[in-house]
Design a binder for this molecule. Sequence first.
Ligand code: IMP
Ligand code: MG
Length: 178
Amino acid sequence: MREDIKKILLDEEKISKKIKEIGKNISEDYKGKELILIGVLKGSVMYMAELMKQIDIPCTMDFMSVSSYGNSTTSSGVVKILKDLDASIEGKDVLIVEDIIDSGITLKYLAQYLRAKNPNSLEITTLLNKPERRKADIEVKYIGFEVPDYFLVGYGLDYAEKYRNLPFIGILKEEIYK
Ligand code: IMP
Ligand code: MG
């Protein structure tokens, strides 16, 4: 598995230090609120687990699973919901937890979908951000790392469902996907 990685971009220590910082900020910003973290399956699972451990105020979690309609190069901006929320978010303070924001199309749709359910507030956190590739404009409140436009795997991120279990974030060798 590791032989498919060209370079380690972010090691475990760096990631965990950053998540601690974000968790601290969230704990301060959401004091006295009804925080619910909504993870976008499956890539956000590791980030969600680490982040939640670093939040020291009461909070709950839920997950959604979405997939883009049609082929990814010509995304229509419409996503199909494969798994919806288990419980109502009306009046709650919602924080969407994502692994990486690329075009932003998926998240823009998801944020609109969730906003229609009348939460008290709705914000986004992403472990990784690829600003160069943004097509949809979305506001992201907590960003772990800005990353260059390489195909990244590990720490939840996959290529063809593989590499999610790598404990670091690395650049996948081009010959693997070309
Ligand atoms: P977008 O922001 O709608 O373009 O889609 C973002 C989603 O694409 C993320 O949640 C990931 O699942 C996937 N994705 C984008 N860039 C990468 C990458 O470098 N590695 C792995 N998955 C990625
Ligand atoms: Mg994702």
